[in-house]
Design a protein around this ligand. Sequence first.
Ligand code: IMP
Length: 192
Amino acid sequence: MEIIFATANKNKLIEAQKHLGEAFNLITPADLGFDDEIPETCPTIRENAIQKAQFIWDKFRKNCFADDTGLEIDALNGAPGVYSARYSGEPKDPRRNVALVLDQLKNTPDNERTARFRCAIALILDGNLHVFEGICEGIITRQCSGIEGFGYDPIFIPNGFDKTMAQMTLDEKNLISHRGKALTLLKDFLQK
Ligand code: IMP
């Protein structure tokens, strides 16, 4: 099955293709000649995912899905949340975002460093909208560790592990991550 994944993020594409497997051929807006940024201006992750999928459906009228993800840190009252991509300002810079989070948490004790990734995947199949969500609970470290993954992975240790998401293989991350959980729901739905 060919389906558009409405993203310009190569890491997300790799995670999704690996998780969904060969039965699904993921193409991106760039593959169809669209290189502009897809708007994500909504106040919630769920609405942003829907906005991105709807934008691509309106443009191409092809089955598509979009992912929006945020990191919610309890000691920062849920920030960066829906603003995760641009937390430290424009232009988007994941390293600067990570540095800002570590700085803001420098006086936060270990037991108050709880956080979660929240991922929403919006699918538009034959014009009908379906939304799948995945959450991964964990804690924020005091320094970066690991070189895999992307974004906030080097400072996030999922509950039950003693390493960051950036120290996991792709398969390990997909098994327990927010996106992996949402992709499992998406895959189950599409296979039905
Ligand atoms: P968006 O969903 O592309 O808007 O991403 C929001 C922000 O969260 C960006 O800064 C991403 O780098 C980061 N992000 C998204 N997914 C992940 C993930 O799986 N691990 C770590 N950071 C992520």
